[in-house]
Write a protein that binds this ligand. Structure first.
Ligand code: AMP
Length: 417
């Protein structure tokens, strides 16, 4: 029995890698246009970062982290999300000294020990953006516009944008009191997890997907009716920027998101037809996180999107992927005696910048041509005794099947035609 890939993880095979390159290229192209710079943080961090950053009572921290001790007993965690590590790096590298507002993006694997299902993995990839150092509502709008631009570049349609304001430290306290009061006599009807959430972090009840809780939540007081003046005007400004850009969005006063650090704007982007795991991205403002992680009060806003779900959505919407550019030259040999000359020639061709390959399986010329066809080679250079004695090779157009003898020294000229 061979060992299989761990549950909830998957191999990205060569036949799919082009999809990843394509998505990564499009992401980088758009983010570059909006002025974001890439940051790469480690795949694991000290566990405390996530406990403090994401929130002790969130699902991620209570049951989804891959946590392990290092050899000295310090607790490490495979990063379940990218924002807390980026903020850690921002503080540690004193990025506030570079400029007042910093725009960063990341792209890479995240790890959550969730129950695997379609569109939900234990190792998945996210791209995310963070704008740190501004409280401007225009930045919230820009973050939304940026990711919509990425989706648009990839050809994704039928996206629904849900937006909400979850208030700030000040107005949320009053709202939580109201919510608790409303939930108090319904507590017995909440699921066991929500009973606990009621005590630890009642806002999280709004995020419950269980039918029994959903019914109760449906008529619960909403946060948007309890915002302070500042949060209220911030929210209207964000909406008016979006309206101005003709972005259609829906307000969802029950949208909370799974991480505790959000303040004011929270939003999610849903792709129709993806089933239960239909959120292809989400984000919001997190004005307190930098301070909670030891920095001075620094407002910020960001977003993260799941790349696997983007791929599923692209396939589901039948959007065409770019096709692989075949190999320029396949070098074949008539028999094994010509192997060394073929090898020398192969390297010479590669050194000119063209892509080239040969078959090492000692197959017949016929089988080599089959391989050349399979990998989509545009031309084949066939090295045979007879031609070599004249310092020539056979040059074959794999598509038209036309072939001619050419001087070895002329191969490169021939190819640039
Ligand atoms: P979050 O970091 O929870 O705000 O998630 C942001 C986005 O990451 C989601 O909208 C999904 O597209 C993606 N995502 C989150 N968790 C998973 C997972 N377990 N598997 C695949 N994608 C995920």
């Amino acid at each position: 029995m061979f060992i299989k890939v761990p549950k909830g993880t998957q191999d990205i095979l060569p036949e799919d890698i082009l999809k990843w390159y394509h998505i990564e290229d499009m992401i980088k192209e758009i983010l570059n246009k909006y002025g974001y710079k890439e940051i790469r943080t480690p795949y694991f961090e000290y566990t405390d970062l996530f406990i403090r950053g994401i929130g002790e009572s969130t699902d991620i921290v209570t049951k989804e982290m891959f946590t392990f001790p290092d050899r000295k007993g310090r607790s490490l965690t495979l990063r379940p999300e990218g924002t807390a590590p980026v903020v850690r790096a921002y503080l540690e590298n004193r990025m506030d000294r570079i400029s007042k507002v910093i725009k960063l993006f990341y792209l890479g694997p995240m790890f959550r020990c969730e129950k695997p299902q379609a569109g939900r993995f234990r190792q998945f990839n996210q791209f995310g953006i963070e704008v740190i150092g501004t409280k401007s509502s225009a930045a919230d709008a820009e973050v939304i516009l940026t990711v919509l631009d990425v989706y648009k570049k990839l050809g994704l349609k039928n996206l629904e944008i849900l937006i909400n304001s979850v208030g700030c430290k000040k107005c949320r306290v009053d709202y939580v009191q109201k919510l608790k009061k409303y939930l108090k006599d319904k507590k017995d009807f909440l699921c066991s997890e929500c009973k606990e959430r009621y005590n630890k972090n009642p806002l999280r009840v709004l995020d419950c997907k269980k039918d029994s809780c959903k019914k109760i939540i449906e008529i619960a007081p909403v946060i948007t009716e309890n915002l302070c003046q500042e949060c209220e005007s911030h929210f209207s400004e964000v909406k008016s920027y979006l309206n101005d850009q003709k972005i259609v969005f829906h307000e969802d006063p029950r949208l909370i998101r799974g991480l505790d650090y959000y303040t004011k704007t929270a939003f999610e982007i849903i792709s129709g037809g993806l089933g239960a795991q239909n959120a292809i991205g989400g984000g919001g403002r997190y004005d307190d996180l930098v301070e909670e992680l030891g920095g001075k009060p620094t407002p910020a806003v960001g977003f993260a999107a799941g790349i696997e779900r983007m791929i599923i959505a692209i396939d589901q919407q039948k959007i065409k992927w770019p096709v692989e550019k075949g190999l320029d030259i396949f070098v074949a040999k008539v028999n094994e005696k010509n192997k060394d000359t073929a090898f020398r020639l192969l390297q010479k061709i590669r050194n000119t910048g063209l892509s080239a390959d040969m078959d090492y399986s000692e197959g017949s010329l016929k089988s080599q041509m089959r391989i050349a066809n399979k990998i989509g080679a545009r031309y084949a250079v066939i090295v045979g005794e007879e031609e070599l004695s004249k310092n020539m090779v056979i040059f074959r157009n794999m598509q038209t099947k036309e072939q001619k003898e050419i001087k070895i020294d002329n191969i490169i000229d021939e190819l640039s035609l």
